[in-house]
Design a binder for this molecule. Structure first.
Ligand code: ADP
Ligand code: MG
Length: 704
């Protein structure tokens, strides 16, 4: 019986009124609790006498309280608790702000440990807001290296430390060692028990580092093993083999209005080769915004279509699905076209001659060879005939289950081959640094479009401080008068699109009424209905505009939340203004910038910011210096750390251990060790603990 799986509700010393709060932190079992790691540490391990304390020194002293009282200051409307303390070497003062309840915890004549920094201000030398605890108690909140947990939902670090010490007493011995012994030795890693103990009750900061490394290694080792296993089972399954039709591909490439880049050729060939294999492809096509992923996808879909099979193409938004439908229609014009579009709002109106039922019938019979759509594709009512290939655009926009759904669409072929699994091509414009790709996509093959089509103009990028706003507004007006268009992006101020939608609505009003009353300003945000969004996009993509006397109602400036990030393609828009740009990650800013620079006109990206912090300036400058999405992603990883980069909530995942995910060496070592274990014992029969751990995490290590 695995006691670590005991629910916290069964632990007598965890107060019942805490259970809900802990649940919000993602802590439901003993294991969750013990694996909830500190965000940082305060080093209170230096023990001193009052007489030896130095200015600005952080230390712990043990002393008796001579007097303690609350003083109300009317001017600043706060309560100051002032204590006078003494030990054998002298006496000193302590001041706490706004904690009048301290009087009931700290008694005159009692002896306590106090930890804090000795400071000097108008009140003279004193400790300000020190941590404290009764001297007779084992050092928990003072007198040691004290862990500081991220305090949310009313769960304090103090409480967590106290409960952690109680839980560890009972359960420390039960912490399983997942990493095989030989590897622990080879990699010079702490044992599991020691690592957990050191993280919550450190003996030194060096040990904390070692413990974090152990946890990171363990996590990475599991991820890598998991990847190897899923790859193996993937390779054991069967696919529809699509034979390379050289003539066909040559004809297609010739029909394009441009020459493929070398990167496009190389990636296409990798995909063509994969399609020929007995087991399904599982490949990620990674390429910066505008690097030309769509044509590569089209080659794969064309091959499948001409061999008589079906392809499903999944796009995250209506706008994008429709765009793909048009593009595919265009580039595949010279070939037998059996392309369909299925989105929730389009399916009825678009296929006028077909009822939806008819249309679904065509898919089921296999008459529609390339089906492009949004989430509407992922429904029971949509059945395929011979689905050979699934292409997922902007794959990070889809959940694991949604992606897995299409993968489960098995086909039975005439030659008797049964239950084939479609080839999978995922596409992303989010450049994933090599370390993270290794860490999270260990079971994928990756094709890179690391080369832009020729002849693109460099986008001029500028940081705009508040004093320069007016200048930029004037410049923008001049550009619009000469026929161009602009985007204004507002950051997601709160988590919810509802609130940021409101912010964008207000900004839209401000721009339309106060700044550009003579121009046409449109608004787009995630809370609008698909039809409304489409109508706005149509007005933005229209010809005409204020420059041509405003005869139609083309939008000059489109105000939007970050929903604009994917897909939108309006070549006449040449100016991208990003408000509060410091709030976005570099990779995302780069995506926004990629919305302009799509025509012969010079394009601009203005990064508005009020922030004067060094970090912001460093990040935004990186954007000016580089147009390379991959370099920017690496930079983001360096500056903000992988947790931020992946957008993972801090759900108890050791943020400190996450830091190590930026450590390519650790990842590579974990990968090598996982490979050696897997090669020896793929079923992990000799490693039952490891096997069990793998089965547990199987579900939640995918990158969302
Ligand atoms: P993304 O990788 O962002 O999805 P797209 O596939 O939408 O990029 O391509 C962006 C634009 O570049 C499209 O208008 C496409 O026709 C064009 N394009 C693609 N490949 C080339 C190429 N080799 N040379 C010139 N233009 C290209
Ligand atoms: Mg694209």
């Amino acid at each position: 019986m695995d006691h670590l799986q005991n629910p916290l509700s069964q632990i007598s010393f965890i107060e019942k009124n805490y259970l809900k709060k802990l649940e919000k932190l993602g802590l439901e079992t003993v294991r969750d609790f013990l694996y909830f790691f500190p965000a940082r540490y305060d080093d209170f391990s230096l023990l001193k006498k009052i007489g030896d304390l130095k200015l600005n020194e952080t230390a712990t002293i043990e002393a008796k309280i001579k007097s303690i009282q609350n003083i109300r200051t009317w001017k600043k409307r706060m309560t100051i608790t002032e204590a006078s303390i003494e030990d054998s070497s002298g006496s000193m003062r302590i001041i706490w702000f706004n904690q009048p309840f301290l009087l009931s915890n700290l008694k005159e004549g009692g002896t306590y440990r106090f930890s804090g920094k000795l400071i000097s201000d108008s009140k003279g030398l004193h400790l300000s807001n020190p941590a404290y605890e009764t001297a007779s108690r084992l050092p928990t909140n003072t007198g040691r290296i004290v862990p500081v947990y991220s305090e949310t939902y009313g769960v304090t670090s103090k409480w967590l430390r106290w409960k952690m010490s109680q839980l560890l007493k009972v359960y420390l011995k039960e912490i399983p060692e997942i990493v095989p012994n030989a590897i622990l030795k080879r990699q010079k890693l702490l044992g599991a028990e020691e690592a957990i103990k050191e993280l919550h009750f450190p003996s030194s900061l060096e040990k904390v580092k070692e413990a974090q490394k152990k946890i990171a290694f363990e996590e990475m080792f599991l991820i890598q093993l998991n990847a190897l296993r899923s790859r193996k089972s993937w390779e054991d399954s069967k696919s529809i083999q699509v034979k390379f039709d050289e003539k066909l591909v040559k004809k297609f490439v010739k029909s394009l209005p441009f020459k493929l880049t070398n990167a496009q050729k190389k990636s296409s060939f990798q995909i063509i080769k994969d399609l020929e294999k007995k087991y399904p492809m599982n490949r990620l096509l990674e390429g910066d915004v505008g690097s030309g992923k769509t044509v590569v996808a089209a080659i794969a879909a064309l091959e499948a279509m001409m061999a008589g099979y079906q392809t499903a193409i999944l796009a995250p938004t209506e706008v994008l699905a429709r765009q793909h439908f048009e593009t595919f229609g265009k580039v595949l014009k010279g070939f037998s076209q059996k392309i369909g579009l299925l989105t929730t709002s389009v399916s009825q109106t678009f296929w006028k001659k077909n009822t939806k039922k008819n249309f679904l019938g065509k898919i089921k019979r296999g008459d529609i060879k390339i089906l492009i759509g949004t989430h509407a594709l992922i429904q029971k009512s949509v059945e395929f005939n011979k689905l050979a290939l699934v292409i997922i655009d902007e794959q990070h926009r889809f959940g694991v289950n949604q992606r897995a759904y299409l993968q489960k669409q098995t086909s039975t072929l005439k030659d008797g081959s049964k239950n084939t699994i479609p080839h999978l091509l995922s596409m992303t414009a989010t450049p994933i640094p090599r370390t993270l790709a290794l860490a999270y996509f260990g079971n994928l093959d990756i094709s890179l479009l690391d080369e832009m089509p020729k002849g693109r103009k460099k986008i001029i990028t500028k940081i705009v401080t508040p004093s320069k706003r007016k200048e930029i507004y004037d410049f923008l007006r001049a550009e619009i008068e000469s026929g161009r268009q602009a985007f204004f992006i507002f950051p997601l101020i709160e988590e919810s699109e509802k609130i940021s939608g409101k912010a964008a609505t207000e900004e839209h009003k401000n721009l339309a009424e106060n700044i550009f009353p003579d121009l046409k300003i449109g608004l787009l945000h995630g809370r609008m209905k698909p039809k409304e969004k489409e109508a706005v996009m149509a007005k933005f993509s229209a010809k005409g505009g204020s420059a041509s006397g405003g005869k139609n109602d083309r939008i000059d400036i489109l105000v939007s939340t970050s929903v604009i990030e994917v897909g939108v393609d309006v070549p006449n828009a040449t100016i991208m203004v990003i408000e509060g740009s410091e709030r976005f990650g570099l990779a995302q800013l780069h995506q926004f910038r990629g919305r302009v620079g799509r025509s012969d006109h010079q394009s601009y990206c203005f990064l508005f910011t009020d922030s004067t912090s060094e970090n912001t300036s460093q990040r935004l400058h990186a954007l000016i210096e580089s147009e390379d999405g991959f370099k920017l992603a690496e930079k983001d990883l360096e500056i903000r750390g992988p947790g931020q980069f992946l957008g993972t909530q801090q759900s108890g995942r050791p943020d400190s251990a996450m830091q190590y995910l930026g450590d390519i060496k650790l990842i590579e070592q974990a990968r090598l060790e996982a490979q050696s274990v897997f090669a020896l014992d793929p079923k992990l029969e000799k490693f039952p603990v490891l096997k069990e751990a793998l089965e547990k995490i199987d579900k939640d290590i995918h990158l969302e």
